[in-house]
Write a protein that binds this ligand. Structure first.
Ligand SMILES: C[S@@+](CC[C@H](N)C(=O)[O-])C[C@H]1O[C@@H](n2cnc3c(N)ncnc32)[C@H](O)[C@@H]1O
Length: 247
């Protein structure tokens, strides 16, 4: 494969990146591993013995961090569209599957049965188009699904942490998380690049409130497959209209 100028610049930048190099040195699978450690250092949503579900877990950096935190007595289940190279622990399992599909959630339940997770984390990223609005809308859609899964799986009192791409629906998303968790913190860990659109939302203390279908993403829309940018643009418009009607 021939590298373009942009690709070369990206490779050079990565070589100079502190967390990229640290991850390589410490044998973590991604620089994102440090984001989870830093988030947990600050908000303490994961501890020894916890049962953790990691949505969008490949290549497995967050799985490694979660396993380190929960230790031998805990358990970690990861889900990703991609296969994940197995980690050398009996208490880390992965599922190759789509987190937006009910059958995948059912597989998580089966692996954990009769226990329920105490923590749900998600670093899932939608396909990046490079168009800010489109990526933001896709991210809100995916993070709303992650929140919905958290309400369906978590034990009461459980915790949630999720990556979101910033945009004008971000504060609505934070309000949505606030409906289900006692305390909610929007945050950006040090290891997240300043120029990156990503931010994180931590929800502590799941209230046990069952999921309610509502804006910005309704169930039938989530299920709907986005085939074209045109359809997605229409969808963003609808989501904005719902938001305006709400205000
Ligand atoms: C940034 S990576 C996660 C990195 C991971 N936290 C780590 O530290 O190694 C985002 C992942 O989300 C996954 N993803 C995106 N949409 C998904 C979906 N619908 N179901 C499952 N995984 C998904 C992608 O395949 C990708 O591997």
């Amino acid at each position: 494969m021939i590298m373009g100028r942009k690709d070369k610049r990206w490779v050079l930048q990565r070589k100079k990146d502190f967390y990229y190099n640290l991850a390589k040195k410490q044998k973590y699978r991604s620089r994102a591993t440090f984001k989870l450690f830093q988030l947990n250092e600050k908000f303490r949503f994961m501890k020894e013995g916890d049962i953790v579900v990691d949505l969008g877990c490949a290549p497995g950096g967050w799985l490694q961090a979660a396993r380190e935190i929960v230790g031998e007595k805990g358990f970690v289940v990861g889900v990703d569209l991609q296969s994940v190279k197995p980690l050398p622990y009996d208490n880390v399992k992965t599922i190759k599957g789509d987190m937006t599909k009910e059958e995948t959630i059912q597989k998580i339940r089966e692996i954990l049965y009769p226990a329920k997770p105490t923590v749900v984390i998600s670093d899932a990223s939608p396909n990046i188009s490079g168009v800010w609005d489109v990526d933001h809308a896709r991210s809100i859609e995916l993070t709303t699904i992650a929140l919905k899964i958290a309400t369906k799986l978590l034990k009461e009192g459980g915790n949630f942490a999720v990556k979101v791409f910033q945009g004008d629906m971000f504060m609505d998303y934070v309000s949505l998380v606030e409906k289900y968790f006692e305390k909610v913190y929007p945050t950006k860990p040090r290891a997240s690049r300043k120029e990156s659109a990503e931010v994180y939302v931590v929800g502590k203390g799941y209230t046990g409130k069952p999921w309610e279908e509502e804006e910005p993403v309704k169930e039938e829309k989530v299920e709907e497959k986005i085939e074209t940018e045109e359809l997605l643009a229409k969808k963003i418009k609808e989501m904005r209209k719902l938001k305006t009607n709400k205000n």
